[in-house]
Design a protein around this ligand. Structure first.
Ligand code: PXP
Length: 237
């Protein structure tokens, strides 16, 4: 049975819209946990557009399940992670101008850097996941650089405009899932998953966890975090 990691970045996006103190992603994380979330994820971006350093520090003290920190593979972020010690780090590519994380990490191209950062994090006792496209070469490269987990980028599936494309993207996801499991990696998935499209991915057996943010926070704005998380838990179980 797969787990649900709730990404609370966009609670912070609403707060940053006014530069004040509410809504607080730390409070949102506590409510998500009470509603059944198995973990809390935040992305500390280089430009600090939503989650702030203070949020990650407070979440480290308050999260009762597991704290997963998404971050770029930079020296600054690795130093922050080794100081705050989240349970896991998910390394993601990051470009300043993007609206959200647009593609997976190119582990093949950046293998030396990613191997070095993965080693440093793992030596600090942090489990490391690499966010990659559903591509066999990337899965193998993630295994070679010593990652514990991969997170399969589901964005292309979620954005597929017709049934044929959707089916092909699902096949790629399933192939990457099987390959990752065969290599002994834990396999997560995320990006763009919502209440309408999560079903076919949730039905594949072998996933460890789904990391879902925007759709849950969007629903939470209208019906509350408790109901939004419970609805998603029901769908993925
Ligand atoms: N997983 C990763 C690695 C991400 O970068 C994101 C977006 O921050 C998510 C999952 C969650 O994506 P969404 O907000 O579209 O659910």
């Amino acid at each position: 049975m797969a787990l649900l990691g709730v990404n609370v970045d966009h609670v912070a996006t609403i707060r940053q819209a006014r530069g004040g103190t509410e809504p607080d992603p730390v409070a949102a994380a506590a409510l998500a946990e009470l509603a059944g979330a198995d973990g809390i994820t935040v992305h500390l971006r280089e430009d600090r557009r939503h989650i702030q350093d203070r949020d990650v520090r407070l979440l480290r003290q308050t999260v009762q399940t597991r704290l997963n920190l998404e971050m770029a593979a930079t020296d600054e972020m690795v130093a922050i992670a080794l100081d705050i010690l989240p349970d896991s780090v998910t390394l993601v590519p990051e470009k300043r101008e993007e609206l959200t994380t647009e593609g997976g990490l190119d582990v093949c191209l950046h293998r030396n850097l990613i191997r070095k950062q993965t080693e440093l994090l793992r030596q600090g006792g942090i489990s490391v996941s690499l966010f990659i496209d559903p591509d066999l070469e990337q899965v193998k490269a993630a295994h070679r650089v010593g990652a514990d987990f991969i997170e399969i980028h589901t964005g292309s599936y979620c954005e597929a405009g017709n049934e044929d494309l959707r089916r092909r993207e699902l096949e790629k996801i399933e192939t990457a899932l099987r390959a990752g499991r065969k290599l002994g990696l834990g396999v997560n998935a995320g990006h763009g998953l919502n209440y309408q499209n999560v079903g076919p991915v949730a039905r594949m057996s072998g996933f460890h966890e789904f990391n879902i943010g925007h759709s849950i926070v969007s629903r939470a704005v209208l019906v509350g975090m408790d109901r939004a998380v419970r609805d998603m838990v029901a769908l993925i179980r």
